[in-house]
Design a protein around this ligand. Structure first.
Ligand code: CMP
Length: 139
């Protein structure tokens, strides 16, 4: 649905114990968590999730990194969810992220950047369905 986005709390933020603080920021910004799970990706699953980046120079490292430890996957609901969530998380590179954004506060590097957020309504649906069946989400 167009009022939903998909997020992952990445291995760096999970390992650092920042899951609760990040979920608190998400809820305080007005998002409802309509699906959520903790899991660990294999390199192959990470590769499939990030397939759109497979020609990029950072792809192999990204797949290794995203499978290096547990993650949280979640679907978030709010009016204008995709754009509002991208504003909440800040720029991909934390060096460029605005003050007060999740990545500015928690990210360690452009790769270990605390969270993923979908970049379009279409990808939000694809990514949410990659992780959750219709019985594992609300609505
Ligand atoms: P994410 O929003 O999860 O989507 C792709 C990820 O690739 C991105 O966040 C970064 O963590 C990672 N990445 C690593 N290097 C780069 C780069 N040079 N440009 C864009 N993304 C990068």
């Amino acid at each position: 649905a167009a009022n939903r986005t998909f997020t992952m709390i990445k291995p760096d933020a999970f390992e650092a114990g920042n899951t609760g603080a990040i979920l608190k920021m998400i809820e305080e910004a007005g998002f409802k968590i309509v699906a959520m799970k903790a899991t660990q990706l294999t390199p192959a699953i990470a590769g499939k999730f990030y397939e759109v980046h497979k020609e990029r120079p950072f792809y192999a490292d990204l797949c290794t990194y995203m499978s290096s430890g547990p993650i949280i996957a979640a679907i978030l609901e709010k009016d204008n969810a995709v754009e509002d969530y991208r504003n909440l998380i800040g720029a991909t590179n934390p060096a460029n992220a605005a003050e007060g954004t999740i990545r500015k506060i928690f990210a360690k590097s452009i790769e270990a950047n605390a969270v993923h957020g979908s970049d379009s309504d279409e990808n939000a649906e694809i990514e949410g369905s990659f992780f959750f069946s219709q019985f594992e989400r609300i609505g």
